[in-house]
Design a protein around this ligand. Structure first.
Ligand code: HEM
Length: 424
C-alpha cells in the first residue's frame, strides 16, 4: 500500500503514514473539549504516528514518549527542526514566524546541552520547595482573599473570580511585578502564551512579537533601575548571571519572560481540577474528610484532566522508537492526554482516584526539561483547594462549564459557573 508508507529522506527507513487527519482533529471543538476517547482509539492503532502531511511524529504511549523525551538524540532546540518556524529554511518563506521564534529562541526551554544546564542551574536553586516556602504565607493569603469573599447568594464564575486572578497574583508575589504593571504584564503574557498553539494565526504572531519586544524592554529598564539586587529573587538571579556572564542579555530576558508567563498554567490546574472533583462527588467527599490525600489528589487532577496538551522534542540525530524511525531534524510531539491515560501504565486510566499510587504522569514533562515550576504549582494548588474546602461545605455547578475550543495546545476552561454554600 504505497500511499500509506512514506520514504524518509536520507535514512532509507520507512515510516508508516498515520491514517489520522491530525490538523482536522486539533481544530475539532468536540476533541478539544474531551480528547480522551479519540486518543485511546488512535493509541490502540499505534504508539507513535507519523503525519506525512507535516512530517511531525505524535507519541501517545507513556513508555514510548518517556524514552523518546529522555533520549540524548532528542533535544529541544527548535532551530534544528528543518520545517520549523525559526529554521534557516523558513527565514524567507515566513519571515514573521522566523522573527518571532528567533527572538524568543535563546532560553533554557529551547536549549540543548550544554547550554540548557548552564541556564537551568541559574534558576533551579530558587525553585526548590524549601526556598519556595518563603512565598507560602503570601500565596495562602491571596487564596484566602480571592476565595473567602466569594458570594453564597448568587452564582459565581470560578475562572474569572479565582483561577485567573490567582495565576496573575503569582507573577506579583513570586516575580515582584509591581501592582501598576500587573495588568500590562498579564496582557503581554496572554499574547505570548499563544506561542504554544501550533495553529497560531499571523495576527496572533504579530501580537506576540509586539508583546515580546515590550516585555523585554520593560525588563531591561527594570534591571537598569537597580530595584533588584543581584542574586536575590528571580530577577536578581538573572541579573547576577548576566553580570558574571553565565547568560547573555537575550537569554536572561527570555528566561525571565518564560518564567513570569509560566504562572498562567496554574489557572488550568485549579479550574480543571475543581471541575473534576465536582464531577466525582465521592472522591471530593473523600478528600474533604482526609486532607492528607490532598497531595496525591492534585497529582490525579493533573493526570486526569491535564491543562497542557503537547510536549515537544526535536531530533538531533535519527532515533528509533516505538517501531518508527524519527529522522534527524523532525519534530516529535508527546500527547499528554494520551500518555496520562495509557492502560499500560495506569490501572483503570479513566477512573479518577485521588489516592492513586503510584502516579507517574508526565504532565510536567520528563527528563532534563521537566517543569522547573512544578513545586510552586503543587504548593499553590494545595493552598487554593485547602482555602476552598475550609470556606465552603457545598460547591456545585451552577451551569455548564465552557471549555476553550480556540487552541489545541492548552485544555482549559473559559468559565466554570459555581453555586457555593456553607453547609454540606
Ligand atoms: C500546572 C502548571 C504547569 C504545567 C502543567 C507545566 C508543564 C510544563 C511542561 C510539560 C514542561 C516541558 C517539560 C519537558 O519538555 O519535558 C514545562 C517546562 C517548563 N516550565 Fe512548566 N508547567 C506549569 C507551570 C509552570 C510555572 C508556574 C512555571 C514558572 C513559574 C513554569 C516554568 C517552566 C519552565 C521555565 C520550563 C522549561 C524548563 C526547561 O526547559 O528546563 N511552569 N512545564
Amino acid at each position: 500500500m504505497p500511499d500509506a508508507v512514506t520514504k524518509r529522506a536520507g535514512t532509507g527507513e520507512l515510516s508508516p503514514a498515520s491514517p489520522v487527519d491530525w490538523w482536522a482533529l486539533f481544530a475539532d471543538p468536540d476533541f478539544l473539549k474531551s480528547p480522551y476517547k479519540e486518543l485511546k482509539r488512535i493509541r490502540d492503532l499505534a504508539p507513535v504516528h507519523y503525519d506525512a502531511v507535516s512530517g511531525v511524529y505524535f507519541a501517545l504511549s507513556h513508555d514510548v514518549f518517556r524514552r523518546l523525551a529522555m533520549a540524548p538524540e532528542m533535544g529541544r532546540d527548535t532551530r534544528l527542526w528543518t520545517a520549523g518556524w525559526n529554521s534557516p529554511r523558513n527565514r524567507d518563506e515566513d519571515p514573521l514566524s522566523y522573527e518571532l521564534f528567533s527572538a524568543f529562541q535563546p532560553q533554557m526551554t529551547n536549549a540543548n546541552p550544554p547550554d540548557h544546564r548552564r541556564m537551568r542551574d541559574v534558576y533551579e536553586k530558587a525553585f526548590r520547595q524549601t526556598d519556595l516556602e518563603a512565598y507560602m504565607p503570601m500565596i495562602e493569603a491571596e487564596c484566602g482573599r480571592l476565595i473567602n469573599g466569594l458570594p453564597t447568594d448568587a452564582p459565581v464564575d470560578f475562572m474569572e473570580a479565582v483561577a485567573n486572578p490567582l495565576a496573575r497574583s503569582i507573577a506579583r508575589i513570586v516575580f515582584q511585578v509591581p501592582p501598576e504593571m500587573e495588568e500590562q504584564v498579564a496582557e503581554w503574557v496572554a499574547a505570548l502564551s499563544l506561542i504554544g498553539n501550533i495553529m497560531m494565526s499571523p495576527a496572533e504572531k504579530q501580537n506576540a512579537l509586539t508583546a515580546l519586544r515590550a516585555f523585554k524592554a520593560y525588563l531591561r529598564e527594570r534591571i537598569a533601575s537597580g530595584i533588584d539586587r543581584p542574586g536575590e529573587g528571580f530577577v536578581g538571579l538573572a541579573l547576577a548571571a548576566f553580570a558574571d556572564r553565565t547568560m547573555d542579555e537575550e537569554e536572561s530576558l527570555n528566561n525571565l519572560v518564560t518564567l513570569m508567563a509560566g504562572g498562567t498554567a496554574i489557572a488550568t490546574l485549579v479550574g480543571n481540577g475543581l471541575l473534576t472533583l465536582i464531577r466525582h462527588p465521592a472522591q471530593f467527599e473523600k478528600l474533604r474528610s482526609d486532607r492528607s490525600l490532598l497531595r496525591p489528589a492534585i497529582e490525579e487532577m493533573l493526570r486526569f484532566e491535564p491543562g497542557g496538551s503537547f510536549i515537544i522534542r526535536v531530533a538531533i540525530r535519527d532515533f528509533q522508537c516505538g517501531g518508527i524511525l524519527i529522522s534527524a531534524g523532525s519534530l516529535a510531539v508527546g500527547l499528554v492526554a494520551a500518555t496520562s491515560r495509557d492502560p499500560e501504565c495506569f490501572a483503570d486510566p479513566d477512573v479518577f482516584d485521588i489516592a492513586r499510587q503510584p502516579n507517574p504522569h508526565m504532565v510536567f514533562g520528563v527528563g532534563p526539561h521537566i517543569c522547573i515550576g512544578k513545586a510552586l504549582v503543587r504548593m499553590t494548588a494545595g493552598a487554593a483547594f485547602t482555602a476552598l474546602m475550609n470556606r465552603f461545605g457545598r460547591i456545585e455547578l451552577a451551569g455548564e462549564p465552557v471549555w476553550w475550543t480556540h487552541r489545541s495546545d492548552q485544555h482549559g476552561l473559559h468559565s466554570l459557573p459555581l453555586r457555593l454554600g456553607n453547609g454540606t
